[in-house]
Write a protein that binds this ligand. Structure first.
Ligand SMILES: O=P(O)(O)OC[C@H]1O[C@](O)(CO)[C@@H](O)[C@@H]1O
Ligand SMILES: [Fe+2]
Length: 189
């Protein structure tokens, strides 16, 4: 009837949560995600870097329960575009989420299904509220790993398909040494 409460250690320096399930996403797992396809191909052939790692503590997909996970998003670029997470809507689209930045710097791109986008900068201590229905993707705009904690409903699920197909309406790139958020020329409504 009652589940057992627990505490775990989250290492703020490395992002590792003890006893968590680890997931690794390499650049080759992200075909079609970056704007510059040639730059993507060259970097995959050269070194196929790890783009991010996730350490997740997840429960059964039940209404009312919570999951949490850290993400270690490495610094890097594909062409001018900063490394990012795949990004997703929730399968149960009305589920919200909280992100808490721990280390490094970056930001979150959020978007409604109609393509209204918002970029929120994240530095250690920033808490981001992801409202129901908004897709979300984090971006590392710095030179060190960008590490954050996410807390989300256990039954939220992930809808990756929509973002994989259509992308986000905005991209985050480096231009003249600056971080610039601009319209995605490949965005499909
Ligand atoms: O699931 P994505 O889009 O690859 O991004 C990874 C991060 O997002 C989450 O799916 C939570 O929204 C976590 O598992 C992880 O923190
Ligand atoms: Fe999410």
């Amino acid at each position: 009837m009652y589940k057992e409460p627990f505490g775990v250690k989250l290492d703020f320096e490395t992002g590792i949560i003890e006893n968590a399930k680890k997931l690794v996403r390499k650049l080759s797992d992200m075909k079609g995600y970056f704007l510059d396809e040639q730059a993507w191909k060259e970097l995959v052939e050269k070194e196929d870097p790890v783009v991010y790692e996730v350490y997740a503590i997840e429960q059964e997909e039940k209404d009312g329960d919570l999951n949490f996970a850290t993400t270690v998003l490495y610094p890097g670029k594909v062409g001018k575009e900063f490394f990012f997470t795949k990004g997703h809507y929730h399968a149960k689209a009305d589920r919200a989420e909280i992100y808490f930045a721990l280390k490094g710097r970056g930001g979150m791109l959020l978007q409604t299904p109609e393509g209204k986008a918002k970029f929120i900068e994240m530095v250690p201590g920033t808490v981001v509220y992801v409202p129901p229905y908004w897709a979300h993707r984090t971006v590392n705009t710095g030179n060190e790993p960008f590490i954050f904690l996410a807390v989300y409903p256990a039954d939220a699920g992930h809808d990756y398909g929509t973002i994989k197909e259509k992308g986000f309406s905005k991209i985050v790139v480096e231009e003249d040494g600056k971080v610039v958020v601009k319209d995605n020329p490949k965005w499909k409504e």
